[in-house]
Design a protein around this ligand. Structure first.
Ligand code: CA
Length: 269
């Protein structure tokens, strides 16, 4: 897969069919993306790819320009570099979050967990490290816009698939997915159902209602155990391991309940 952001930007191989990969119905106005990046060749590659998918793109090269543009042309989502010529991208997030609710996807060469956690803590929604695959960034953007269309779960079926299992968040039932294989499809319970603990349900609900999105460990810990538990990542690791043993066909190499090291977890549909 083509990677961009380190040296020579390339376009990915996804065909630029109008409307393809978009979430909004054709009748809706195009989603506006504010792209904040100071590397001209990267701006160009991103512009081409985003416009090919019918997004409206406006670009800013500096943090101050980004703040001004976000105020004058409120975007539906923001893609933000952290290393900007004037103010740091983290500061841009802090300023934006005073009034702007649009999802922010950080696009940065900084790979340390500290930088990632810092950006997420001040209000970024996701973090993509350079060099990155264009297809992945576009998928994260779609997920961010989908989440922004409404609070999770509203009017959507609260059912998700993990491996051979169908997880029904409303009925609190895990059953074998139609067409799933027999005994080799996962460590199942008898009769094609699986029992989860209340804690496991709460963790799953937080993740499954945000398909494709990174959910920070602190957010999950607070959601499940309450305030004051943000540091107890060992609780989360313990329960995530149990969930994977129950649901993932290969718990050592999770495909659906993915760890984002140093940041949190993601339900990858
Ligand atoms: Ca930069």
């Amino acid at each position: 897969m083509a990677e961009v952001g380190d040296s020579r930007p390339e376009l990915d191989g996804t065909p630029a069919v109008p409307g393809s990969g978009r979430v909004l119905p054709a009748s809706a106005s195009p989603a506006g993306i504010l792209l904040v990046e100071d590397q001209p060749e990267l701006v160009r590659a991103l512009q081409i790819n985003l416009r090919a998918r019918q997004y409206d793109v406006i670009t800013a090269r500096t943090g101050r320009e980004a703040l001004a543009l976000a105020a004058s042309h409120p975007p539906d989502a923001i893609i933000l570099d952290l290393g900007l010529p004037d103010i740091d991208g983290t500061e841009v997030i802090v300023e934006l979050r005073r009034w702007c609710k649009a999802p922010i996807i950080v696009l940065s060469g900084r790979t340390s967990p500290g930088d990632k956690i810092g950006a997420l803590d001040v209000g970024a929604d996701d973090y993509v490290t350079k060099p990155f695959a264009m297809a992945e960034l576009l998928a994260r953007l779609r997920a961010a816009l989908r989440r922004d269309e409404g609070e999770p779960g509203h009017g959507e079926p609260r059912v998700a698939t993990i491996g051979a299992w169908l997880v029904d968040l409303t009925a609190h039932q895990v059953t074998r997915a139609p067409g799933a294989g027999g005994e080799d499809a996962g460590p199942g319970g008898a009769g094609g159902t699986l029992r989860l603990t209340p804690t496991e349900w709460r963790i799953l609900e937080i993740l499954l209602l945000r398909p494709g999105q990174l959910v920070g460990s602190a957010q999950i810990l607070t959601g499940v155990w309450g305030p004051g538990f943000q540091q107890r990542t060992n609780y989360l690791r313990f329960h995530m391991a149990r969930l994977r043993r129950k649901l993932e066909p290969d718990p050592a190499r999770p495909r659906w309940l993915v760890t984002e090291p140093g940041m949190g977890y993601r339900y990858q549909p």
